[in-house]
Ligand binder design. Structure first.
Ligand code: SF4
Ligand code: SF4
Length: 219
């Protein structure tokens, strides 16, 4: 059995409680997936240890096997360099020994009654995250990055059963679920995508360009 983090609701008291539960079991995180059978786009864990089970729903191994696992293109960095929206919880920063100095913060009473301080990290020009290394295009925190960063992806790129995919559409449904459509790409198309993204082309423009070239080729 696997465990999917429930969808956020837009209510901070609940959504940060979800992130807190995920942070308690981050060592069991296996990836962020789109699970077609459940219409869920979510972080998946192989165990939930001491976290509150109410924050998760169960998935079968087959649901995970046939899910699309999000992947990141190394050397991209677009999530962190502009409008990162990055935040870290005080409890998480303390447990990982991350020093947070003079960052804007907000106190939130979570649905379990605990109070959590949330620090904003996107305090450089263009809302770039303070932990972003713009030369190396990576996160200086490495494996200690905040849980929210660890489970967040642009959602443009995925893999399943050894094959690579791009997302071609996605829409939110009224019940909080999401419907996503992925298309398989060839090795050559994937290499082209990597090249474009590393050269700073926006991920969605790169996906559109690959699909445009494919359509041109089929005419
Ligand atoms: S935009 Fe996508 S590929 Fe680029 S850093 Fe973010 S998750 Fe990775
Ligand atoms: S903490 Fe790291 S992963 Fe998160 S936004 Fe900042 S640089 Fe990116």
């Amino acid at each position: 059995m696997y465990y999917a983090l429930k969808h956020p609701t837009g209510r901070k008291a609940y959504d940060y409680w979800l992130i807190k539960q995920a942070s308690l079991v981050r060592k069991f995180y296996i990836g962020t997936y789109y699970i077609p059978s459940k219409k869920m786009y979510t972080a998946v864990f192989k165990r939930i240890g001491e976290a509150d089970p109410q924050a998760f729903i169960e998935l079968t191994p087959s649901e995970v096997r046939y899910g699309y696992k999000m992947v990141c293109i190394e050397g991209c960095g677009q999530c962190c360099e502009k409008n990162s929206g990055a935040v870290i919880m005080k409890s998480e920063a303390e447990s990982m020994g991350i020093e947070i100095r003079n960052k804007p913060s907000e106190e939130i009473r979570l649905v379990d009654g605990s109070v959590e301080t949330i620090y904003r990290l996107d305090t450089r020009k263009g809302s770039q995250c303070v932990f972003y290394n713009s030369k190396r295009k990576n996160c200086t925190l490495g494996r200690k990055k905040p849980t929210l960063c660890m489970i967040s992806y642009c959602g443009a790129f995925a893999e399943r059963q050894g094959k690579k995919y791009v997302r071609v559409s996605g829409k939110f449904l009224s019940n909080g679920k999401v419907e996503m459509v992925f298309k398989e790409v060839s090795r050559r198309e994937w290499n082209d995508l990597e090249g474009m993204v590393r050269n700073g082309i926006n991920v969605w423009r790169a996906v559109a360009e690959i699909l445009r070239r494919r359509n041109m080729g089929s005419k």
